[in-house]
Design a protein around this ligand. Sequence first.
Ligand SMILES: [Fe+2]
Length: 294
Amino acid sequence: MLNVKRISHATFETADLERQTDYHVNVLGLSVAARDKNAVFFKTGTGIPSLTIEKGSAAACRRIAFQVAPGSDMGELQKQLQAGGIVAERRSDSMPGIGNMITFDDPKGTAIDIFAEEEYAPADMTPKGIVPLKLGHLAFKVQDIRQIVAFYQDVLGFRVSDWRQDFFVFMRCGPDHHTVNFATAEKVKMHHIAYQLRDTAEMTRACDFLGRHKFQIIWGPGRHVIGDNVFTYHKDPDGHIIELYCELAQIDSEDLGHFNPRPWRFDIPYKPTIWGPDTLGNLWGPPAPQGFGS
Ligand SMILES: [Fe+2]
């Protein structure tokens, strides 16, 4: 089994690379780390890779890259995967700053890139757009949720943080409450991608910025019950739902197995839970608009 430590970046495909680049630089506030004629590689202001967008025919998330412990031997990990029946290929120099990767598909067909070492690009704190701190998580619709939970647990080393009944699961690979989440649906697709903001003051600034630039906030601001985060959602020009969040629940110690105390929680210690059918989507703020979860 691998032991994924953190999410690094996602790779999207788009039919309109210039339009997506304009949004990600001038609205979301990412920086261009590098580009070639078919792809743009984005980093956060602090220089951390967060997103690659490639020219293609559809608007879709094609790959997710995760980092394992520095010093991990890619050949050894490839052998371990092979022993478990997973064929992983080697990739090199497919991303600026990351030399060696291994890649294989998860059960829903998203390519998973695994690497151990990366070089961060120089920081670029020029004020522009929203400027998130980091890529936080991706949410997907899947047909067989038990199969995908087993894969992320047994192959990648994720842990389950919370379930909503038996159709919606939140999984972590580090202190953040969730780095991926999955919900059952008939059609497989990415539901949203989420970027962390520093605090609620940044959230207010982001909402003002989106409003002034005529990007409609489709849900929020509010605070989720599961995961605790303050959230807003809007759409990028390709129609992907972009979540901005802050104050996500944290688990400091896997040995202790509970999340940090929160002032609005009464279940102390606050542990992973299977939430019932009456659980609200958010503690405060407007309810989800019709069709948001589909
Ligand atoms: Fe989310």
